[in-house]
Design a protein around this ligand. Structure first.
Ligand SMILES: CC(C)[C@H](C(=O)O)[C@@H](O)C(=O)O
Ligand code: SF4
Length: 469
C-alpha cells in the first residue's frame, strides 16, 4: 500500500500498538531548554532514575537569556536561576549542554539543525510547540509537555495517537520580496488557526523543492499556528547538502548509507492524504497580521477588516476584541500603521538567510526616528556568521541594535519586552495578547517586511519602499 512520509516515520518508530488506539513510539532525540525541563529532571530525581541514553539529548538555554551581554552573571534573578538549574541538571544527568557563552548556544530549533542533531528519518521531541520546525528535514518532530520530557528521558519512548495526514501543495513561484513567512501567514489565514489540528501536514510540490532549508523550516515552524503538531518536508538534495559535514551528522560510509535510506522516505506518488489544500505562491503578497492570532493576517495591500461584515456573532465579537486590543479601526489601510519597535529574530526567522534578507533592505537606509529596532540572531553561530559577512555593520549603521542569540522579544520571558501600548513589527510567530510584553501589540511579518517597517516607521509594502539614498 502506498505510504505517506508520516506513515513511514511512524511505522519505523512504532514499538507497540496499545489498547485504546494509542501507540508507543521510540524517540531518537530530545532537545531540552530551561523552561520546560526542570519538572522532568525533578521527576527523574524523585523516582531515583537516570537518563536512559544521555547522548540522545541536547540542552541549551534560550527563552530566558539576556541578549544585551554574554558572559559574566545574569542580572535578572529568575533568568539566572533558570539557566543555573538547567546547567546543574545537565551536569547531574550527563546530558550534553551548550554553554550560554559558547559557540553552540542558541534557540533549540536553530541549533538542532545547525549541529546536524536534527536528521531525516528520526523522531525528535522537545518540550516546545515549535518543534514542528525540525520536520523540514523529514524528521517526525513534535512538541511535548513537561512531564512527557521526563518520560522520554527515562524510557526513550512516548505514548502517541496517530495523526491524520494533510497535504499542502505549493504551486507557482514566489514574487520578489515574498517569502516562506508570507506563505505560512497566508496559509494560516486561509485554513484558520485550527485548520491543521489533528493532522500531520506535509508540504509538497515544486515550490517546496525549490525552497532553501531555512524557508522550509519557517514553513514547518508555523504549522503549529494552524494547529498542526507536525509539519513535514520530504528530504531531498537540498536537505543532504545542508546536513553534509555538520558536526553531529553521519560521516563517511554511514553518511552514504543514511542518504540512501533518506531517499526512500518521501510520500509515495499514490499515497492518500486525509485532507488536501493547494496554494498558488504567485498569488501571495507580503503579509502582515492585524489581530491577536496568527490567522488574523492579510496582504499588506489590504485594510483592517470590518467585524460588522461578519454574520456569525461569536466571530464578530472575537474580531472586535482583537481590534480593540490592537487599537485598530476597521477600514484603516494596513500599510501606514505606525510602529514603535522592530524585532528581527526568533526560531521562525532568526537564521542567516533571514538576517541577509533584512540586511538587504536596511543597507544604505536609516531606522525611522522614534523607532527602536533590534536584530537577535537565532544562534551564536548565526551571529558570528552574520558578523563574518558584515551584516552587523549594515544593521548598526542603520540604527539597529545587534544582540546576542536567544528567544528575546518573541516571548516575554526575558529582558526584551514591549511596554504597554507599544506596537512592534515582528518576525516571530505569535501575536497573542501580551505575547511580547503586557499590553504590547504585535504585527507578524517577514524579515524583509519588518526591516522595511523599521525604515518607514510604519507597516509598509517592502516592494514600494523608497529607494536607499
Ligand atoms: C516556553 C515554551 C514551552 C513555549 C512553547 O511551547 O512553544 C514557547 O517556546 C513559545 O513559543 O510559546
Ligand atoms: S523563539 Fe519564540 S517561538 Fe521559538 S522557541 Fe523561543 S519563544 Fe518559542
Amino acid at each position: 500500500m502506498p505510504s505517506t512520509l508520516y506513515d513511514k516515520l511512524w511505522d519505523s518508530h512504532l514499538v507497540a500498538d496499545l489498547p485504546g488506539g494509542e501507540a508507543l513510539l521510540y524517540i531518537d532525540r530530545h532537545l531540552v531548554h530551561e523552561v520546560s525541563s526542570p519538572q522532568a529532571f525533578q521527576a527523574l530525581r524523585d523516582a531515583g532514575r537516570r537518563v536512559r541514553r544521555p547522548e540522545t539529548h541536547l540542552a541549551v538555554a534560550d527563552h530566558a537569556v539576556p541578549t544585551r551581554a554574554r558572559g559574566g552573571t545574569i542580572a535578572d534573578p529568575l533568568a539566572s536561576a533558570q539557566v543555573a538549574e538547567l546547567e546543574a541538571n545537565a551536569a547531574a544527568f550527563d546530558v550534553p549542554y551548550r554553554r550560554l557563552d559558547g559557540e553552540g548556544q542558541g534557540i533549540v530549533h536553530v541549533i538542532g539543525p545547525e549541529a546536524g542533531f536534527t536528521l531525516p528519518g528520526i523522531t525528535l521531541v522537545c518540550g516546545d510547540s515549535h518543534t514542528t520546525t525540525h520536520g523540514a528535514f523529514g524528521a517526525l518532530a513534535f512538541g511535548i509537555g513537561a512531564s512527557e520530557c521526563g518520560t522520554v528521558m527515562a524510557a526513550q519512548c512516548l505514548k502517541q495517537t496517530r495523526a491524520k495526514t494533510m497535504r499542502v501543495e505549493l504551486t507557482g513561484t514566489l514574487s520578489p520580496h515574498v517569502t516562506a513567512k508570507d506563505v505560512a501567514l497566508a496559509l494560516i489565514a486561509r485554513i484558520g488557526g485550527l485548520g491543521a489540528a489533528g493532522h500531520a501536514v506535509e508540504y509538497i510540490g515544486p515550490a517546496v523543492s525549490a525552497m532553501s532549508m531555512a524557508a522550509r523550516m519557517t514553513l514547518c515552524n508555523m504549522t503549529i499556528e494552524a494547529g498542526g503538531r507536525i509539519g513535514l518536508v520530504a528530504p531531498d538534495e537540498t536537505t543532504f547538502a545542508f546536513l553534509k559535514g555538520r558536526a553531529m551528522a553521519p560521516q563517511g560510509a554511514p553518511w552514504d548509507q543514511a542518504v540512501a535510506y533518506w531517499r526512500t522516505l518521501g510520500s509515495d506518488p499514490e499515497a492518500v492524504f486525509d485532507k488536501s489544500v493547494t496554494l498558488d505562491l504567485g498569488e501571495i503578497a507580503p503579509q502582515v497580521s492585524w489581530g491577536t492570532a496568527p490567522d488574523d493576517s492579510a496582504p499588506i495591500t489590504a485594510r483592517v477588516p470590518d467585524p460588522t461584515t461578519l454574520a456569525d456573532p461569536s466571530a464578530r465579537a472575537k474580531m472586535e476584541k482583537a481590534l480593540a486590543y490592537m487599537g485598530l479601526s476597521a477600514g484603516t489601510a494596513l500599510s501606514g500603521i505606525a510602529i514603535d519597535r522592530v524585532f528581527i529574530g526568533s526560531c521562525t526567522n532568526g537564521r542567516i538567510e533571514d538576517l541577509r534578507a533584512a540586511a538587504a533592505i536596511v543597507a544604505g537606509r536609516r531606522v525611522a526616528p522614534g523607532v527602536t529596532a533590534i536584530v537577535v540572531p537565532g544562534s551564536t553561530a548565526t551571529k558570528h556568521q552574520a558578523e563574518h559577512e558584515g551584516l552587523d555593520a549594515v544593521f548598526l549603521a542603520a540604527g539597529f541594535e545587534w544582540r546576542h542569540a536567544g528567544c528575546s522579544m518573541c516571548v516575554a520571558m526575558n529582558d526584551d519586552r514591549l511596554l504597554p501600548g507599544e506596537r512592534c513589527a515582528s518576525t516571530s510567530n505569535r501575536n497573542f495578547e501580551g505575547r511580547q510584553g503586557p499590553g504590547g501589540c504585535t504585527h507578524l511579518m517577514s524579515p524583509a517586511m519588518a526591516a522595511a517597517a523599521g525604515i518607514a516607521g510604519h507597516l509598509v509594502d517592502v516592494r514600494t519602499l523608497e529607494p536607499a539614498r
